[in-house]
Design a protein around this ligand. Structure first.
Ligand code: NAD
Ligand code: ZN
Ligand code: ZN
Length: 362
């Protein structure tokens, strides 16, 4: 058993508490990882707000981490102590019918299908002050050590800087893949990106890499515009600057609406606005933002009947165990620069300050 620090969420709506926790050794088919760095994604904030009714508290959040294998359980063959790895919040068992389908990146053996806040064998490896602490998405990267199923770990290049490539565990890969894999943005096309957080800015990077000629970046926080422009946005607009709905603004700007629109906020109203912003016939709208649990969308069915495609993405459509190591290789070859997304670097003791910065749009 390892004693180390972790940021524990004891209850919904409460700040995280940095505690000493006990991390049990990995059981068969599991890997214990020393987490070196982790990002904060808005999905962790959704968890703290109580948007995941299936996740039990107390829980250790965090799912955008990178680390080094400390020890492995019986039967683990794909990684060994000392390997650099990225924990995968969407696993890839490689055997289920979805893993065998080249079009799918959703593994049927993942935590969405299984009890969410325990490992696959329905037990936890974390305790604190005599209490069992739950896992989040099987990765819980806000702990200095965490235990993860082997098929939710990807071995990466030993040269990878862990404090940079941790962003490939969620935010960067999700946004970049939403453009490249899910929407399949074509060269010369027009795109609109709603929400310019870490994920939305990565969508902008993906649209640019795919050769889009017009990328409209939309946010109510204009402080986000400078970075969006640096990454390839050709226009930056705030819905607050217009009297008419933003979908009408975008339709007028582009003639018939954009070819591809992306909602990267997680609100029902911006999801329908994004849908209505793309071309009525051939437009594709990708839902990336996570809606509040129980939210319902009502929309004019004519929006889709006329031909539009409305689709969602989990982690940008990448088959995670296969693709994350390749994305890390591309990062090392400087094919993209995800470092631009890093705004602040803090020690774990200041994790609540990190969330304050996220809430403040900084
Ligand atoms: P973030 O908080 O960093 O960014 C959200 C941005 O949206 C902010 O810049 C904010 O100012 C802007 N915004 C808020 N309301 C707006 C409005 N009405 N109009 C325009 N802009 C508005 O969040 P993030 O970490 O980039 O995550 C974005 C979303 O993506 C979250 O909902 C997160 O849960 C989700 N997400 C989904 C996946 C997936 O696999 N589908 C993966 C990662 C994150
Ligand atoms: Zn995330
Ligand atoms: Zn699978």
């Amino acid at each position: 058993v390892i004693r180390c620090r972790a940021a524990v969420a004891w209850a919904v709506g409460k700040p995280l508490s940095v505690e000493e926790v006990e991390v049990a050794p990995p059981k068969a088919g599991e890997v214990r990882v020393k987490i070196v760095a982790t990002g904060i994604c808005h999905t962790d904030e959704h968890l703290l707000e109580g948007s995941f009714p299936n996740v039990d508290f107390p829980v250790i959040p965090g799912h955008e981490g990178a680390g080094i294998v400390e020890s492995v359980g019986e039967g683990v063959t794909s990684v060994k102590p000392g390997d650099k790895v990225i924990p995968l919040c969407l696993p890839q068992c490689g055997e289920c019918s979805f893993c065998l389908n080249p079009e799918s990146n959703y593994c049927l053996k993942c935590h969405v299908s299984e009890p969410q806040s325990l490992l696959p064998d329905k037990t936890s490896r974390f305790t604190c002050k005599g209490k069992q602490i739950h896992h989040f998405l099987w990765v819980s990267t806000f702990a200095e050590y965490t235990v993860i199923p082997e098929y939710a770990v990807a071995k990466i290049d030993a040269a990878a800087p862990l404090d940079k490539v941790c962003l490939l565990a969620c935010g960067f890969s999700t946004g970049y893949g939403a453009a490249i894999n899910t929407a399949k943005v074509k060269p010369g096309s027009t795109c609109a990106v709603f929400g310019l957080g870490g994920v939305g800015l990565s969508v902008v990077m993906g649209c640019k890499a795919a050769g889009a000629s017009c990328i409209v970046a939309i946010d109510i926080n204009k402080d986000k515009f400078a970075k969006a422009k640096e990454l390839g946005a050709t226009h930056c607009i705030s819905p607050h600057d217009f009297k008419k709905p933003i979908q009408e603004v975008l339709t007028e700007m582009t003639g018939h609406g954009v070819d591809y629109s992306f909602e990267v906020i997680g609100h029902a109203d911006t999801m329908t606005a994004a849908l209505a912003s793309c071309n009525m016939n051939t437009g594709v709208c990708v839902m990336v933002g996570v809606p509040a649990s129980g939210s319902v969308i009502s929309f004019d069915p004519m929006l889709v009947l006329s031909g539009r495609t409305w689709k969602g993405t989990l982690l940008g459509g990448w088959k995670m165990r296969d693709c994350i190591p390749r994305l890390v290789a591309s990062y090392l070859e400087k094919k993209f620069n995800s470092d631009v997304l890093i705004t602040h670097t803090l020690p774990i003791a200041k994790v609540n300050e990190g969330f304050e910065l996220l809430r403040a749009g900084k």
